[in-house]
Design a protein around this ligand. Structure first.
Ligand SMILES: C[S@@+](CC[C@H](N)C(=O)[O-])C[C@H]1O[C@@H](n2cnc3c(N)ncnc32)[C@H](O)[C@@H]1O
Length: 274
């Protein structure tokens, strides 16, 4: 049986297969990636939004130096390629990994239009926790708005996978969602929606509704204190957060702020030990 936290992605992936072009996917189902939808949207603008965010985060984390035609990046949760297209322009080799095979098909189309398809490898994360990527290939392993959508054990498994696929001396930059005050309401509502996704007939229909999906799709809240002690093999560990949040007091990490980070998010940026 499909795991409940996979339901909205499989539903959106199936919906994306019904569209004739990636531009139409952006108009109809692109909201699962950037919360925007409507007839005026274009794939070009969608990719541009990904380029801007990727560039801002690489700069904020001082990781731009890793990007080159000789370097490899692994992206966990590529979706239909909003960021992947730009990553193929920055890195010589890009492993785009996602839970949904239909998204990966669209990702290849997006990269063909706005990136360098000869640099792309798509990787299906069929169990939601294991990357079909060789050990130590990546100069950088990157993930944005993805780990929050996984069941907590799967998110932690994917973080360990990120460390495994990164070469010694390479870096990881991984985005997480943690608790904020409004979760007192959002978390119970989200748990209810995830339960309803399992109801035959109702569940798949509900999973295509924007409001219900946005309530239910965040399947975990993970703070640095829950992630960092479970990790081995990382050095120069940094936690980046919004300036609107108090410091996490993350054990063994230095902390920094960046205005572009949502107050409910944080980033783990670290090097793999040599
Ligand atoms: C909000 S989208 C973000 C996509 C992309 N990073 C972006 O910013 O446009 C989350 C993506 O994570 C993927 N995803 C969800 N759970 C996953 C898992 N367990 N393993 C891999 N990918 C997953 C979804 O299929 C979806 O494409």
């Amino acid at each position: 049986m499909t795991r409940k936290q996979h339901v909205p992605w499989k539903a959106a992936g199936a919906a994306s297969e019904e569209q004739h072009s990636v531009d139409e996917v952006v108009r109809e189902t692109g909201w699962v990636f950037n919360n925007v939808r409507g007839p005026a949207l274009t794939l070009a603008a969608f990719v541009e939004s990904g380029d801007q965010e990727t560039g801002a985060y690489l700069q904020a984390f001082s990781l731009q130096g890793l990007a080159s035609a000789e370097a490899t990046i692994v992206e966990i949760g590529s979706g239909i390629g909003r960021m992947t297209a730009g990553l193929t322009r920055l890195f010589g080799s890009v492993y785009a990994c996602d839970l949904d095979a239909a998204f990966l098909e669209r990702c290849r189309e997006t990269v063909a239009q706005f990136g360098m398809p000869e640099r792309l490898h798509t990787c299906h994360v069929s169990d939601g926790r294991t990357l079909p990527v060789p050990d130590g290939v990546a100069d950088l392993t990157f993930s944005y708005i993805t780990l929050q959508h996984c069941q907590p054990d799967d998110a932690l498994a994917l973080v360990r996978e990120a460390v495994r696929v990164t070469r010694p001396g390479g870096a990881v930059a991984l985005n997480f969602r943690t608790w904020v005050g409004r979760d007192a309401v959002l978390w119970p509502l989200g748990s209810t929606i995830r339960g309803l996704w399992r109801v035959p007939g109702l569940g798949p229909r509900l999973a295509r509704r924007r409001f219900a999906t946005r309530l239910g799709w965040q399947a975990n809240r993970l703070a640095p204190s829950e992630v960092l002690p479970r990790l081995a093999g990382l050095v120069d560990v940094q936690v980046h957060r919004s300036h609107l949040r108090r410091p996490f007091g993350a054990p063994g990490a230095t902390e920094a702020t960046f205005d572009g980070i949502n107050p409910s998010h944080w980033w783990l940026v670290a090097r793999r030990a040599t």
